[in-house]
Design a protein around this ligand. Structure first.
Ligand SMILES: NC(=O)c1ccc[n+]([C@@H]2O[C@H](COP(=O)([O-])OP(=O)(O)OC[C@H]3O[C@@H](n4cnc5c(N)ncnc54)[C@H](O)[C@@H]3O)[C@@H](O)[C@H]2O)c1
Ligand SMILES: O=c1ccn([C@@H]2O[C@H](COP(=O)(O)OP(=O)(O)O[C@H]3O[C@H](CO)[C@@H](O)[C@H](O)[C@H]3O)[C@@H](O)[C@H]2O)c(=O)[nH]1
Length: 426
């Protein structure tokens, strides 16, 4: 099948790579010329395991091509996937301008029937609005159908998640569209959840809100565990065995970040308020997450009353392991907060190098801790558990280790001479 994927970001590139790998002919388009030039030259602008190999394989066999000509690509392909960004505007309202710009391009270039598949995460009601927008722009309603097909991949395992999803959600206005979408995803074995356009949008928002709720829940429990000298991991394990609760997404730490949870909870709040509802639980989930950094900074300040002038090394910059994405990273928020205390910051991350004069980025993990007073683990990269702790300690001036992700065994680092600080882990 001939498919156009609009947007060459985390979702767009993964969609384009996977669909081309499944045998379709895919054109991936983006208005970012630099990005498309890189892709045409075999350079994949994001770090995502397995993505580069899949892109190179499918560009070599001509199943996947890249372009900056959005209108031509729309005109040439019957299936149009929209995967552009839907960031939060400053006040938390979802910024749909990128989606609207694609709709404008479709309205001005459509001459034959298109199925427009919206993968971008959008607030409830958006896909219905898209139908109306196209009609208002003079597009004949028989020339298009809209399918809401939200994406549930996680960064760091995007390719695998798209090849082995736990479900495929499709929102449609006409039942005959279901089979066409199933044809696109023929090789993928997953149950289909079929609903209307707004239902699919709500499933996406509700999924992210629930996952974020689990994280804020366990972070709140960790604060209480801390006060009672209880290990929150024991509590998470204990409750997680109950199948009604489940063991996943109960890892306490500095809180959730990334390009999705923060903005989608804001988007859900906005959507609820628009209908005069007051989403109290979602507001509390956000509040716990926003104050989680303070819990760690306060912990540090109890151990080291004056942070001013101290050198601190932070391991981990990306918002989670396996990605180079630093959007809404808890680590970056922590660094900004610490800089306000007058500290100097060294960092090490396996894939991210920041370009900020006030932050020193190292490519060698042991170099990064030289003469540091405090070491902070801010992202749960597995390699942070494989270091020689004695060597790390010897390089440092101080001995404080703040474990912002509860990934370190306190005894191991205490034996190496560290003073271990955690929240809900001792
Ligand atoms: N990142 C994730 O893990 C993830 C997972 C599921 C769903 N989503 C949702 O998918 C959408 C995309 O997220 P992302 O992280 O891939 O975004 P991204 O910022 O990585 O990529 C978006 C791309 O769209 C391009 N673009 C913007 N306007 C365009 C236009 N008019 N025409 C062509 N290209 C245009 C940008 O240049 C950019 O390369 C968002 O709605 C997000 O909420 C993201
Ligand atoms: O037990 C946990 C699990 C995660 N996190 C944090 O939560 C954030 C988000 O992690 P994760 O969900 O793995 O990453 P994303 O790539 O943001 O994926 C989420 O957001 C995507 C975009 O909507 C969805 O498609 C995915 O299903 C959803 O998991 C990260 O900062 C993690 O460190 C925790 O603190 N504790």
């Amino acid at each position: 099948m001939n498919i156009c994927v609009i947007g060459a970001g985390y979702v767009g590139l993964t969609t384009a790579a996977v669909l081309s790998d499944l045998g379709h002919h895919v054109t991936c388009v983006d208005i970012n010329h630099n990005r498309i030039d890189m892709l045409k030259n075999g350079v994949v602008p994001i770090f995502e395991p397995g993505l580069k190999e899949m892109i190179i394989k499918n560009t070599s066999n001509n199943h996947l091509t890249f372009s900056t000509d959005v209108k031509v690509s729309i005109a040439e392909n019957p299936f149009i996937f929209i995967t552009v960004g839907t960031p939060s505007s400053g006040d938390g309202i979802p910024n749909l301008s990128f989606v609207h710009s694609v709709i404008d391009d479709i309205a001005t270039s459509i001459t034959s029937y298109k199925i427009i598949i919206v993968k971008s995460t959008v607030p409830p009601g958006t896909n219905e609005e898209i139908v109306n927008m196209l009609i208002e722009k003079g597009v004949d309603p028989t020339l298009f159908d809209i399918v809401s097909n939200p994406e549930f991949l996680r960064e760091g395992s995007a390719v695998k998640d798209m090849l082995e999803p736990d479900k495929i959600v499709i929102g449609v206005k006409k039942p005959e569209l279901i089979q066409l979408i199933q044809k696109i995803y023929k090789e993928i074995n997953a149950p289909y959840i079929v609903t209307n356009l707004t239902g699919a949008e709500m499933i996406k928002y509700a999924a992210n809100a629930f996952l974020a709720t689990k994280i804020s829940f366990i972070n709140e429990i960790a604060r209480v565990c801390d006060a009672y000298n209880v290990n929150v991991k024991d509590v998470a394990f204990g409750i997680g065995l109950d199948p009604r609760i489940g063991p996943l997404f109960l890892q306490a730490g500095m809180g959730y970040g990334g390009s999705c949870f923060p903005k989608d909870l804001q988007g859900l709040t906005y959507a609820a308020k628009k209908k005069n509802l007051n989403p109290e639980l979602i507001s509390s989930v956000q509040k716990v997450n926003e104050t989680q950094i303070d819990v760690y900074v306060n912990k540090l300040k109890t151990a080291v009353p004056s942070l001013e002038g101290k050198k601190i090394t932070v391991w981990g910059l990306s918002f989670k392991p396996g990605t180079d994405d630093i959007r809404h990273s808890a680590s970056i928020r922590l660094i900004e907060r610490l800089l306000e205390e007058g500290v100097s910051i060294n960092t090490y991350d396996p894939v991210v190098q920041l370009k900020k004069p006030e932050i020193k980025c190292y490519q060698n993990i042991y170099e990064s801790v030289k003469q540091s007073y405090i070491l902070i683990i801010a992202t749960e990269w597995a390699e942070f558990n494989q270091v020689n702790w004695k060597k790390v300690k010897n390089e440092m001036e101080g001995n404080i280790l703040l474990d912002g992700r509860n990934i370190i065994d306190p005894k191991t680092v205490q034996q190496a001479g560290f003073h271990y600080l955690g929240v809900g882990q001792h």
